[in-house]
Ligand binder design. Sequence first.
Ligand SMILES: NC(=O)c1ccc[n+]([C@@H]2O[C@H](COP(=O)([O-])OP(=O)(O)OC[C@H]3O[C@@H](n4cnc5c(N)ncnc54)[C@H](OP(=O)(O)O)[C@@H]3O)[C@@H](O)[C@H]2O)c1
Length: 249
Amino acid sequence: MANFNLSFLALFIYPPIFLLIFLQLIVHLRPVKIPIKSRHVFITGGSRGIGLAIAHQAAAEGARVTILARNLNRLEEAKSSIRRSTGIDVGIVSADVRDFDAVKEAVEGAGPIDVLVCNQGVYASCELVNFDTKEIKDMIDVNLIGCLNLVKAVLPGMKNRSDRKPVSIAFMSSQSGQVGIHGCSAYAASKFGLRGLAEALQQEVIADDIYVSLIFPPDTDTPSLAEGVLVVDIKCRSLATEIMALGDL
Ligand SMILES: NC(=O)c1ccc[n+]([C@@H]2O[C@H](COP(=O)([O-])OP(=O)(O)OC[C@H]3O[C@@H](n4cnc5c(N)ncnc54)[C@H](OP(=O)(O)O)[C@@H]3O)[C@@H](O)[C@H]2O)c1
């Protein structure tokens, strides 16, 4: 009698467990390692700061690297510094990510892209009430619309690539893309926006074996961090915000 009860229960227990395992396998995205050796890595904002460090690393690991930014002199300096440290020549291209036509021309000129790193960004810290509207729009345009422009320009080539190896698109967000901090309302809006873009885009491109990542760096000692501080009335900060923002100033 006891044996009969157990096998009867198994009929109810095992099917849902197998169904859950099956759904986990087909629905859940697992981290995928994207090979970069001998592949084309295209890094925006690659002329200085975090983007330049990524370009150094990618070149050292054997990738074919292109860096994009606006200032041509700085791009040339970046190219020289990468050549000095790795012996490798990277491609440089000057364009403003806010200008879709310029981005499309830059992308088409660079050739098929396997890894797109949308790293360009501007940062300014100011309470919204005092923040100039043109500066707010510029920040959203560079940090968020610039990424949409880049993806729109790169995707057709990525989807039609001849080798069917996995490829990737990465967005450089920020800790301000995870939690709102006093004085960062406009910057946080631009970086939270990247999360929505990345999540929706991943669903649109997974069938093409394109993997989307979001990167959340903490404060990093780069030129923009020094330039972007600070027009915030620190006295207005709540204690909780002050704790969250420790290291932000
Ligand atoms: N540093 C930090 O503490 C920190 C923390 C979290 C997240 N981040 C994020 O990480 C990324 C890199 O930051 P970073 O500190 O390395 O910045 P950075 O040193 O100021 O470098 C910014 C890069 O973006 C380029 N750029 C700016 N506006 C552009 C535009 N309209 N079109 C094309 N390129 C443009 C700049 O070159 P040109 O000016 O010549 O165009 C430069 O190459 C940004 O997205 C930033 O928000 C930084």
